[in-house]
Ligand binder design. Structure first.
Ligand code: HEM
Length: 437
């Protein structure tokens, strides 16, 4: 059960308190941010500054910029070309996890994994391993301070966030320059190549600042959400060994588990993955019960009616993904982890468009949702075929919802690599096999 050991009332109160505090913090910081920009107005000039939003502190409107340039980055062809690289990054990471004699903090390492996926696969940067580690630490400092009040005082979260962004932008600029100079020997186009190419096609050469903003935004959108979902996936496979076994059966039936061995790099294809129906159900169920993001914010452009009340133009409203999943009448036993609810026979989500929305909905739906699902599927396939893993603590950790859903203090798990006969590989051998991607 999701809220095992907790009284329902106290869980709901915690949830409400979290949502209210995050909403308030966001609203206050955005208002202060607007004021900050309004204060930059040139008072000697009578003209008003343009209308519009300044976005959020630190990241401003980079999301909108990214939107304008790009959905090619997540096209079918692009995903097909990322797939072998994603598989390689995941294989390499699982090998490193298995080579550790100690347990792994899964949430922390999943963050490192998604950061590495974004930097190496999406952006195609070949940053040395040590520098990547440093960039990751700085990136965490940036993310930890994104939702801080925009008050620029020494030691404030805002100042720390700005400093982290400056260091990041310097590192990104170096990586972008190196990448632009060294285009030979590449066997696929990454998201950054596509961004640059498509802007050229539209007759607009991108500036270095735009490239840096775009890359930062891509990492920002991909990182915490995918790490949260990856951790929830591992936790549910640990909690439900029967689900893991059923997944292995499906892989075996599709010829992807040759005597227990893994599908090697490059063997996974998009159509192979889309033929794995049970895997699809598992990922959908993880995303239903453990949706990383609580909801989204909108500004009402036109007054509308909801349940007999008017919602006036200009109001800021929040839609809650988690509440929707918890209360949608189409789902039976909502708190039970049951991937088969998405099977063809039951298809509980088939009635109605708005009961299941882990990636949001409407025109602002998540642009990276296919990439995120692809990543989670490859992770599940690799875990099922090449690893044995067990909880390293006596009980499962509780769950916190802020800033994204994740286990309190991470999730401590010991990983063991499996060879093609499903025998455990010694950690020393794994360490030798572990290659840098
Ligand atoms: C499991 C992983 C992910 C989850 C649960 C998730 C969820 C979401 C949600 C709920 C939204 C809509 C927020 C709103 O309504 O305002 C969103 C927006 C977005 N996501 Fe994701 N996301 C994930 C992974 C990714 C990845 C991997 C990328 C790209 C690399 C990405 C790129 C974006 C972008 C660019 C937007 C903004 C779209 C817009 O404003 O129109 N996401 N995501």
């Amino acid at each position: 059960m999701l809220f095992e050991g907790l009284e329902l009332v106290s869980a709901l109160a915690t949830l409400a308190a979290c949502l209210v505090s995050v909403t308030l913090l966001l609203a206050v910081s955005q208002q202060l941010w607007q004021l900050r920009w309004a204060a930059t107005r040139d008072k000697s000039c009578k003209l008003p500054i343009p209308k519009g939003s300044m976005g959020f502190p630190l990241i401003g409107e980079t999301g909108h910029w990214l939107l304008q340039v790009f959905s090619k980055i997540f096209s079918h062809e692009a995903l097909e070309s990322y797939l072998p690289k994603i598989q390689l990054v995941i294989q390499d990471t699982l090998r490193a996890w298995s080579s550790q004699p100690e347990a792994i903090n899964v949430y922390q390492e999943a963050q490192r994994l998604t950061f590495r996926m974004a930097v190496r696969v999406l952006l195609g940067f070949s940053i040395p391993e040590e520098d990547l580690g440093h960039l990751f630490e700085v990136y965490q400092q940036f993310v930890d301070n994104v939702f801080s009040l925009p008050v620029d005082l020494p030691f404030s979260g805002y100042r720390r966030g700005i400093q982290a962004r400056q260091i990041l932008q310097k590192g990104l600029e170096k990586a972008i320059r190196e990448k632009l100079q060294c285009t030979q020997g590449k066997d696929y186009s990454d998201a950054l190549d596509i961004l640059i190419e498509s802007s050229k096609e539209h007759g607009k050469e991108m500036t270095m600042q735009e490239l840096k903003d775009g890359t930062l935004e891509l990492i920002f959108a991909a990182y915490a959400t995918t790490a949260s979902a990856s951790t929830s996936l591992i936790m549910q496979l640990l909690k439900h060994p029967a689900v893991l076994e059923k997944l292995r059966e499906e892989l075996r039936a599709q010829g992807l588990l040759h005597g227990g061995g893994c599908p090697c790099e490059g063997t996974l294809r998009l159509d192979t993955l889309s033929g794995l129906h049970y895997l699809d159900c598992v990922i959908k169920e993880v995303m239903r019960l453990f949706t990383p993001i609580s909801g989204g914010y909108r500004t009402v452009l036109q007054t509308f009616e909801l349940d007999g009340f008017q919602i006036p133009k200009g109001w800021s409203v929040m839609y809650s993904i988690r509440d929707t999943h918890d209360t949608a009448p189409v789902f039976k036993d909502v708190n039970v982890f049951d991937p088969d609810r998405f099977s063809q026979a039951r298809s509980e989500d088939k009635d109605g468009r708005f009961h299941y929305l882990p990636f949001g909905g409407g025109v602002r739906t998540c642009l990276g949702k296919h990439l995120a699902k692809l990543f989670l599927k490859v992770l599940a396939v690799e875990l099922a075929s090449t690893s044995r893993f067990e909880l390293a603590t006596r009980t499962f950790p509780g769950i916190t919802l802020v800033p994204v859903l994740h286990p309190v203090d991470g999730l401590s798990v010991k990983f063991f690599g499996l060879d093609s006969n499903q025998n455990e590989i010694l950690p020393e051998t794994e360490a030798m096999l572990s290659a840098t991607v």
